[in-house]
Design a binder for this molecule. Structure first.
Ligand SMILES: *Cc1c(COP(=O)(O)O)cnc(C)c1O
Ligand SMILES: [Zn+2]
Length: 428
């Protein structure tokens, strides 16, 4: 039933059978794209058939995934994806944009976009009979793996940098994963995870290493198109025959696996003939963690590591593990990369929260800060259909939120004190 044909190296273009390799290209270490049988998908399914599905999760897209359905129906594994896509009308008006959309992936079971990848990796692990699953993570990928693995009753080991935000570490522990805080960077945790998976026979979920993460992440592209069709198509006299792609998508970039996954998703739909164009992908990096942006700006073919320093921990990466495919995603869609400062990320958190009621973590708010910056630089067409992907909930990193929000005012428990506080304009 599965349309999974094998892999294609994103560097040397060599092809591999499904059981010939597990992670990266044996020749050059390049990341592998999953190859699907587009003809078979077209014969077995259609955009209309999927639109009729009453499964409101990533699993509505099973015909386009290289895995079968995971067991454990009714668990959080089956509740990943189909996150809300809505119009932030007040922010849109402030920016002078008429067709702005936000997709809030903080609304996933473990509160980040990473659930999409981890759910598909767990399904793959079940298929190949892998027992222990391990990942390096700045926090969210680990929490997503720990949560999805718990739902599937599968053991998980997580290696996170010691500096990971405490709320994220608590989440890992609550999901019952074996957690090790590595006294070093995310990059060091990454290398250790690869070494450990080889030495101990564990299945490794690492971002920009395991080819199935991007396959999970591509489902967000499917949802954007299908959900836009639901809303925009419903207003049309003539129903839309196929799905409606956005014109431009803003996404934050750390390792570059989310933007690569979105690119794959839009390409799958274009290959199937279910959308008419690829959206331009705009990659947003933090100024202090901008290795992919630099390579893009310099027109370089490879990516030089940086010493990453930003409060947006989820996109704080020295050496992006999927940087080459991120460059390709932006080049092939005629998008661009830009950077945002930590101050503008904090400002974006306040705007999203106070103006639209969305609590985003810094790495998620960075995508919105990127939109603000692109508008400032007059690099977006105000009438185009723009989607900002928010990748994680603000509850993930309460320390950063306090930095954005400041302190609450303390008063005596009297009406007088409340009135005095209000008069001083302290409670806004
Ligand atoms: C992982 C993550 C990102 C960045 O994704 P990459 O694949 O590393 O580029 C952005 N935001 C949040 C909240 C994340 O957890
Ligand atoms: Zn190769």
């Amino acid at each position: 039933m599965s349309s999974f044909l094998g892999y294609l190296c994103s560097v040397c273009r060599r092809e591999y059978e499904p059981d010939q390799v597990t992670y990266t290209c044996p020749q050059d270490g390049g990341n592998l794209d999953v190859v699907l049988d587009i003809g078979a998908i077209r014969r077995q399914s259609s955009s209309a058939a999927i639109s009729r599905s009453d499964d409101h999760s990533i699993w509505r897209y099973l015909p386009l995934l290289p895995v079968g359905p995971p067991g454990h129906i009714g668990t959080p594994l089956w509740d990943v994806g189909w996150t809300p896509l809505f119009r932030p009308n007040r922010l849109g008006a402030k920016l002078g944009l008429t067709d702005l959309w936000i997709k809030d992936d903080g609304r996933n079971p473990t509160a980040s976009f990473k659930d999409r990848a981890s759910a598909v990796v767990v399904a793959r692990a079940q298929e190949i009979g892998a027992h222990v699953i391990v990942t390096a993570s700045t926090g969210n990928a680990g929490a997503a793996l720990a949560g999805m693995a718990a739902a599937a009753a599968q053991p998980a080991v997580i290696l996170a940098p010691r500096t990971a935000p405490p709320a994220k570490v608590a989440q890992l522990l609550i999901y019952g994963a074996k957690v090790f805080l590595v006294d070093g960077s995310y990059d060091q945790a990454f290398d250790l995870t690869v070494e450990a998976s080889q030495a101990l026979g564990w299945y490794c979920r690492n971002t920009g290493y395991n080819p199935f993460t991007a396959e999970g992440k591509k489902t967000a592209a499917f949802e954007m198109c299908e959900q836009l069709t639901d809303v925009v198509g419903a207003r049309r006299a003539v129903p839309l025959r196929e799905w409606l792609a956005p014109d431009v998508v803003f996404v934050s970039v750390g390792d570059g696996n989310i933007i690569s996954g979105l690119h794959k998703g839009f390409r799958d739909l274009l290959d199937l003939g279910w959308i008419e164009h690829l959206p331009r992908l705009i990659g947003v990096q933090a100024e202090g963690s901008a290795a992919v942006y630099r390579a893009f700006a310099d027109g370089a073919a490879d990516i030089q590591p940086v010493r990453a320093e930003t409060l947006a921990d989820s996109i704080s990466v020295d050496l992006p593990r999927d940087g080459l495919r991120a460059l390709r995603a932006v080049a092939e869609t005629k998008g661009f990369f830009l950077t945002v400062s930590d101050a503008s990320i904090l400002d974006a958190m306040r705007q999203l929260g106070a103006v639209e009621g969305i609590f985003a973590e810094p790495a998620a708010a960075a995508a919105y800060a990127g939109l603000v910056e692109a508008v400032r630089q007059a690099r977006v067409d105000p009438g185009q259909r723009l989607v900002v992907l928010l990748t994680g909930s603000g509850l993930k990193d309460v320390r950063a939120a306090m930095q954005a929000a400041g302190e609450a005012v303390i008063i005596e428990p009297t009406l007088e004190a409340l009135r005095a506080g209000l008069a001083r304009g302290e409670a806004t």
